[in-house]
Design a protein. Structure first.
Length: 256
């Protein structure tokens, strides 16, 4: 199978698409929550694991979880919501938390959480590209196709990955989770990329491994959406994709 028309732009998700770091992020999430339980007793009660989309028995975070599909701000907000809900339930008085009280509690928790938060750090030992990215990106560039990355991760982490794998000369645009852009599944990461490169979304294709990627591509109007499902533990059915593949190397066949 090949695309009827060669795209002007190929947009990649990062984690789970360019990088095979599923196990790495799972361990980061479990380590982080386990440490936060020592700071916030509320996390000891109730099923915070499933609330965050984590399977404690298998030690995996599903693709549908906020861990894999959300930004760090999204993950923090989920944890804060859980703590606030637990404090409301455990409030000894018969008077529920007022809106003001909840806001005060949220601000205190946010400050502590941000102070204790540790961001996952990619190193030469845990960074695992899903294929030879230099070869693939060179293939696309030889066909005068622009390359962009839309990720929920931080810009610092995304740039570290790009420089570590020596991809900087191939990348034409990056949109990250801590940019001032509404994150996926909003269309804005893709639309802002297309505006920056002066390419209409109808001339772009998207590759990603979560429903957030699918939603973003579809609402932005991308011409083709390729779901990447290389993780056997993923529960994301990637409904709405034009095709589902195991690896981004499918582009060799799709783009001749």
């Amino acid at each position: 199978m090949s695309l009827v028309k060669q795209p002007e732009l190929v947009i990649f998700d990062k984690d789970g698409t360019l990088l095979d770091n599923y196990t790495f992020y799972n361990e980061w999430a479990f380590t982080l929550v386990s440490r936060l339980k020592q700071i916030f007793p509320e996390l000891l009660y109730g099923d915070v694991w499933s609330y965050l989309g984590l399977d404690i028995d298998k030690r995996v975070a599903y693709a549908t979880s906020v861990i894999h599909s959300g930004t760090h701000d999204d993950i923090q907000e989920k944890i804060i919501d859980f703590i606030i809900d637990r404090r409301t339930l455990e409030n000894k008085t018969s008077i529920p938390f007022s809106l003001l009280k909840r806001q005060e509690e949220r601000e205190k928790i946010t400050k502590t959480l941000q102070r204790e938060w540790n961001y996952p750090k990619l190193t030469s030992k845990n960074i695992r590209p899903t294929c030879d990215l230099v070869k693939l990106f060179s293939y696309l560039k030889q066909r005068e196709i622009k390359i962009a990355i839309c990720t929920s991760d931080t810009r610092k982490s995304a740039l570290e990955m790009i420089y570590h794998l020596k991809l900087e000369k191939f990348i034409d645009a990056i949109v990250c989770g801590d940019d001032n852009v509404k994150p996926k599944p909003s269309p804005m990461p893709i639309l802002s990329t297309c505006i920056a490169l002066d390419i209409p979304p109808s001339e772009a294709i998207m590759l990603g491994d979560t429903m957030a990627d699918v939603g973003s591509a579809r609402s932005a109007g991308c011409s083709f959406m390729i779901g990447i499902k290389q993780n056997k533990d993923s529960t994301d059915n990637l409904e709405g994709c034009d095709i589902i593949q195991e690896n981004i190397e499918c582009l060799y066949d799709l783009i001749k």
